[in-house]
Design a protein around this ligand. Structure first.
Ligand SMILES: Cc1cc2nc3c(=O)[nH]c(=O)nc-3n(C[C@H](O)[C@H](O)[C@H](O)COP(=O)(O)O)c2cc1C
Length: 174
């Protein structure tokens, strides 16, 4: 029987959802039974063999729904293979290291979690779609979002390669 993977995501503007759909598709191609779902709608992870969480970085933190997912299911997650992917840096060349540090700091808050794979990828930004508070940050000269143009730094080849390596890892666990 195909192993069941839950691909849960937290998202504010949809780019992490799209990313997890691509990750899910690649895992399906490798024979896994994958359900891609919003993290906040997951009430139980019973019967799941592995979990991938997609969670974006916002002001140095993981988006709340992702944090809640990790704390709320901590016991189950501690005994399953778990992978965590974040979207974040909008200009990956300059910001990748900082985003990785933010990611590692967030991950360190869940010492029981020892992910089999982690990844931090370039994110998507569109000032035209931002909610009120996020939009405010684009108006403050001291903010890293000040006058940022729209961009999409998601590297689909790298994201697919990451999913592929995860599939290898989960297959090796069999
Ligand atoms: C208000 C705001 C704050 C952000 N803060 C960070 C950050 O601290 N570090 C980072 O790497 N990316 C940051 N980003 C980039 C987001 O992680 C990126 O836009 C991501 O693709 C958003 O995911 P979503 O569309 O799933 O919500 C920020 C974006 C916004 C709009």
């Amino acid at each position: 029987m195909a192993r069941k993977v839950l691909a849960a995501y937290a998202t504010r503007y949809g780019s992490t959802k799209e990313t997890m759909e691509v990750v899910g598709e690649r895992l399906r191609e490798r024979g896994f039974e994958v359900s891609v779902r919003p993290a906040k709608e997951v009430t139980s992870i019973e019967g799941v063999d592995a979990v991938v969480l997609g969670v974006p970085l916002y002001i140095g933190r993981w988006l709340k729904d992702g944090q809640r997912f990790l704390s709320g299911h901590a016991e189950d997650l501690a005994r399953l293979p778990v992978a965590v992917l974040s979207l974040g840096p909008l200009a990956p060349q300059e910001e990748a290291q900082g985003a990785r540090e933010q990611f590692d700091k967030e991950l360190a808050k869940y010492p029981q979690l020892r992910p089999v794979a982690t990844g931090v990828f370039g994110g998507k930004f569109d000032p035209a779609t931002l909610g009120f508070l996020d939009n405010l940050l684009t108006k403050l000269p001291a903010s890293p979002l000040y006058q940022r143009p729209a961009s999409d730094a998601r590297d689909w080849d790298a994201i697919r390669a990451w999913a592929e390596a995860l599939a290898d890892r989960l297959t090796a666990d069999d």
